[in-house]
Design a protein around this ligand. Sequence first.
Ligand SMILES: Nc1ncnc2c1ncn2[C@@H]1O[C@H](COP(=O)(O)OP(=O)(O)OP(=O)(O)O)[C@@H](O)[C@H]1O
Length: 249
Amino acid sequence: MSHDISNAPNAIHIQDLTLSYDEHRVLDGLTLHVPAGSITALLGGNGAGKSTTLSTLLGFVRAQSGTVLVAGIDPGVAPDAARRRIAYLPENVALYEHLTAIENADYLLALSGDRKDRGVITDALAAAGLQERAWDQRLGGFSKGMRQKVAIAVALLREVPVLLLDEPTSGLDPRATADFNALVRAVRDRGTAVLMVTHDLLSAADVADRIGFLEGGRIVEEVAASGTERFDVRALHARFAVASKRLAA
Ligand SMILES: Nc1ncnc2c1ncn2[C@@H]1O[C@H](COP(=O)(O)OP(=O)(O)OP(=O)(O)O)[C@@H](O)[C@H]1O
C-alpha cells in the first residue's frame, strides 16, 4: 500500500533533546519526528536511550534542553494532557490478573475517562484477534500474545493520536508477531502516529514506515520504506550490529 505521509503533521515532535541522569548524558541532541498516520521504529543497542525517549514523551522525565511535543502538547509542562493523547504499551503490559478481558478493558478505559459499552469493547477484542471464549475469562491464564491483544484493544478504543510501544513483540512467536503488526498497521491507518521501540529488526522492517537508529543519544541514521521491497533487511542488520557493538564497547 502506498502511504503518503509527506504532508502529515508531526504528532510526535522531538527537537534537539538533551537529557542526562546525573552526570550521565543519555540523549544528546535527539531529533525525531513521527507524522500522524505513520509508524517509526526506534532501534538501538541496550542502554541507547530508547525507553528514556518514551519516558520524555510520557512526561516521566524532563529533558534539560530541546523541545518535546505530543500532539502539540509539551509533556514536561502538561504531563496529564499529553498522556491523555497517548496509548502506551510497556514491555510488560500491566493488566489485572483477577479481572476478565472485558473487565480489564472496561476498567482501564474508565481510568482514562474513555468509557465504552460492552458491545464496543467486544468488537475491539474481536478486532484485536482475541477469541470469543476468552472474553469472559480471567487474565491469570492468558499467554503473552493474548495479553497484548487485550492491551492493543484498549489502545484501539482510546482513539488517541499517539501510540507508544516498548518492545511489543519480545516473547511473541512469529504468528503472534505478524498478527500484532497487522493491528499496529490498522491503528496507523486510522491516523495515529506510532513510535515503536524494539530490538526486533525483522518486525521493524515488516511494520515500520521509517526506522531510526539511536546511537550516542541521537538518531545517526533514518531509513524510510520504499516500494514493495520495503527495507533491505541485510543492510539494516549490518548497520544495527555495528551500532550495538559500538555501544557495548
Ligand atoms: N531512572 C534512571 N536513573 C539513572 N539512569 C537511568 C535511568 N533510566 C535509565 N538510565 C540509564 O540511561 C541509559 C539509557 O537507558 P534506556 O532504558 O533509555 O535505554 P534503552 O535503549 O531502552 O535500553 P534497553 O534496550 O536495554 O532497554 C542507560 O545507561 C540506563 O542505565
